[in-house]
Design a protein around this ligand. Sequence first.
Ligand code: HEM
Length: 77
Amino acid sequence: MWSRSEWIVWKAVWYNFGYSYSAANKNMVVNWEEKTLYDYLQNPKKYIPGTKMVFPGLKKPQDRADLISYLKQSTAS
Ligand code: HEM
């Protein structure tokens, strides 16, 4: 059984295969690191106005922190 963070990441990866990004996303210049991802995940639509994504984000600070720490762990070499 997948954890909640694993599920979120895989769903995001799956949707983005061969994906055509909105102009809003392409034109957005962001240095993606912990803080920017944390803010983005709180409210993707507010962070990138005009995004096509319906996912409303993770409102609970703990959920965002959990997801980011999961990403850090799973991408550490
Ligand atoms: C770490 C979490 C996630 C990240 C960083 C993320 C990021 C993105 C980005 C950058 C796009 C492209 C949007 C655009 O070009 O305007 C996108 C599209 C999309 N995302 Fe997410 N996403 C995440 C999680 C999710 C989850 C959990 C769902 C579903 C419950 C979801 C559903 C979608 C859908 C349906 C689209 C396509 C929208 C369309 O083409 O109309 N995303 N995502």
